[in-house]
Design a protein around this ligand. Structure first.
Ligand code: M6R
Length: 607
């Protein structure tokens, strides 16, 4: 599992280590971050640490005051466990060591208790500090650093890339990898670590990519890699990237990179809420009793987040038999529903700062409803003000067009709906396991299968790219997806596009269908194939260029994108991937500024 969030850099042997670290942290900024820090040995061999929340520039002066160093590690943090504060910034450690970490330690609560019981105290709310102090503990019980690291990682559950320095071993960096990328850059008289090549391109292009379970000991002259206690060798690799491409992790645009991150983002978001293939929200401090008490759910959000809410509505109604409606946040205050304490308002927001969604949240609280936020940015305003918060673990989303955030939001509410269905007595354990398996195991793989067929979708984009108008049609959940597909297309390609419930066509819209107008028809629900087929015939007979996205295996003679075999209950995830890629390629073919479409901002903090 790979989730791009946080950045690690380390350098040993380079006389300008301070500059290398600062430069590396800046190069890693593209991953998104909210805090930065370094731990370095100064020229007396003393281990020093500087960190703070905010930009790399905020710590630059203090780092440069250390004057010189030839060994150290650095980190950019994207908050997951704990708010955006100096204390929660990396590195973390003790007098004896400092570590930087990318990933999530899932059993941190259990380990923290163990360490607290034997006298350790914590300065931060992070899972990383737990790993650091566990390593401190094992360092005192072991004959070598490698042994201590080995004992520590055996206890860690989750994903981690670690950079480690020990106060009594200046000139040595240790690196560990499990399910979170980490590379070792091979220099001349100096070696490096980094979470990706971007940070190292100025210094070297030769590198090793660590594999799961690898522990490396790195000095200026030597790189030793161990796995399960044995010294091993890894293949030397060479990166021939240009630096600007590398900032996007090798992808031409952030949007494409983020679409490709969706499967892992979905896995990461669900994984921490699944135990024995059943939904488990205990770590979220969610009062689950509310699902037995409430009589209605209102989902409030803007744009793509609101469209994820449409998926949420359909799942809450199907699995938990909870009446749910989706409200556009910018309209909510002018026509608020009659809220009471029997209602739950779910606010969905990637940024957690969208002004209209925040205002709707505040109004809902004033009116006495319980509120639950589904948010990607830790410590954001919506997360802080809601009664309960469920974080999505999509990592930073940089492209203005929201893609992986939609996937994680819709997946997370679906998992919540399964749990609510169990609590309300509509779903038994065995059916819940089936649903969780479809969502957590099958759906991310189905997205991956679609991504492998991106060229097919590129061909469909060729049918669209010269059009002035396009229409998306679907029924049921496919209509919800059509709304998102249409928004994505118009947002980044500037093609005028509309989404219609397919049955509505005959009530007006069909007059707009003329020769050559593209119609993207969605048919992922077998019970609706035949009805959709009639609608498609209606538009095709008026000259529409039909692109049919379907799980139906029959041949219709239209341009078709066939969905991978998957339960219809979760096919919304691969369908969303197709729609995102379709908008992406169309935008590229039209020469638009994909990541920064005109007139739009990533986070809309004004009403
Ligand atoms: O940060 P939020 O999820 O609250 O943002 C909501 C919308 O502004 C956002 O989804 C917007 O519609 C996207 N740019 C669409 O791709």
């Amino acid at each position: 599992m790979v989730l791009y969030m946080c950045g690690i850099i380390g350098c040993v042997g380079n006389e300008n280590t301070l500059e290398v670290l600062l430069d590396g942290l800046t190069a890693l900024e593209y991953r998104g971050y909210d805090s930065a820090g370094v731990a370095v040995f100064d020229n007396t061999g003393k281990l020093r640490m500087v960190k703070d929340f905010g930009r790399v520039s905020k710590i630059t002066q203090e780092v440069l005051e250390i004057k010189s160093s030839s060994c150290g590690i650095g980190h950019t943090r994207w908050a997951t466990h704990g708010a955006v504060t100096k204390e929660n910034s990396h590195p973390h450690g003790s007098e004896g060591l400092q570590i930087v970490h990318n990933g999530i330690i899932e059993n941190h609560a259990h380990l923290k208790k163990e360490l607290t019981d034997i006298g350790y105290s914590f300065k931060s709310e992070t899972d990383t500090e737990v790993a650091a102090l566990l390593l401190d503990y094992y360092s005192k019980q072991s004959e070598s650093k490698l042994e201590a690291i080995g004992k520590t990682v055996k206890r860690l559950v989750g994903s981690y890339a670690l950079g480690i320095v020990f106060a009594d071993e200046p000139g040595v960096i240790y690196a560990v990898r499990k399910d979170s990328p980490l590379i070792i850059g091979i220099g001349e008289g100096a070696n490096y670590i980094a979470s990706d090549m971007t940070a190292l391109l100025k210094y070297t292009r030769e590198h090793y990519s660590l594999e799961n379970g690898d522990i490396a000991r790195i000095t200026a002259q030597d790189i030793e890699i161990y796995n399960t206690g044995e010294r091993i060798t890894r293949k030397k690799l060479y990166a021939d990237w240009d630096r600007s491409a590398a900032e996007k992790g090798g992808y031409p645009h952030f949007m494409l990179k983020e679409i490709y991150e969706s499967p892992d983002a979905v896995r990461s978001t669900l994984r921490v809420r699944i135990v024995d293939m059943l939904p488990d929200f205990s770590a979220d401090e969610l009062d689950e009793g509310i699902f037995e008490r409430i009589s209605r759910v209102y989902i409030v959000a803007c744009g793509t987040a609101m469209h994820a809410g449409l998926i949420g509505k359909s799942r809450l109604e199907a699995y938990a038999k909870l009446p749910a409606s989706v409200e556009i946040a910018s309209e909510f205050r002018y026509n608020p529903p009659m809220l009471s304490s029997d209602d739950l308002v779910i606010v969905i927001s990637q940024s957690g700062e969208t002004a209209d969604s925040l205002a709707a949240l505040r109004l809902s609280k004033q009116m006495g409803a319980k509120t639950l936020a589904v948010v990607n940015v830790v410590g954001s305003s919506i997360a802080k003000e809601a009664d309960f918060v469920l974080y999505t673990y999509a990592g930073p989303e940089i492209a203005v067009a929201s893609t992986k955030a939609y996937s994680v939001q819709s997946a997370l509410i679906t998992l919540l709906a399964v749990r609510a269905g169990m609590l309300r007595g509509f779903i038994d354990e065995s059916f819940a396991k089936t649903l969780v398996c479809e969502l957590y195991i099958d759906a991310p793989s189905a997205i991956e299968k679609m991504l492998e067929r991106a060229d097919e979708i590129k061909e469909c984009a060729e049918m669209l790219c010269e059009s002035d108008d396009a229409f998306f049609i679907g029924r049921g959940i496919d209509y919800a997806l059509a709304c998102e597909g249409s928004l994505k297309l118009k947002e980044i390609s500037y093609i005028h596009s509309e989404a219609y419930a397919a049955g509505e066509l005959k009530h007006g819209t069909i007059s707009l269908i003329t020769e050559g107008v593209p119609v993207i028809a969605l048919a992922s629900v077998s019970a609706l194939y035949d009805k959709m087929e009639s609608n498609i015939r209606e538009v095709a007979s008026r000259g529409a260029k039909v692109i049919l996205i379907t799980s139906d295996t029959r041949e219709y003679g239209y341009t078709m994108v066939r969905l991978p075999e998957i339960s219809e209950r979760v096919s919304f995830l691969p369908v969303a991937c197709v729609l995102q890629l379709l908008a992406y390629y169309t935008s590229v073919m039209r020469g638009c500024d994909v990541d920064k479409p005109r007139n739009l901002a990533k986070s809309v903090t004004v009403e």
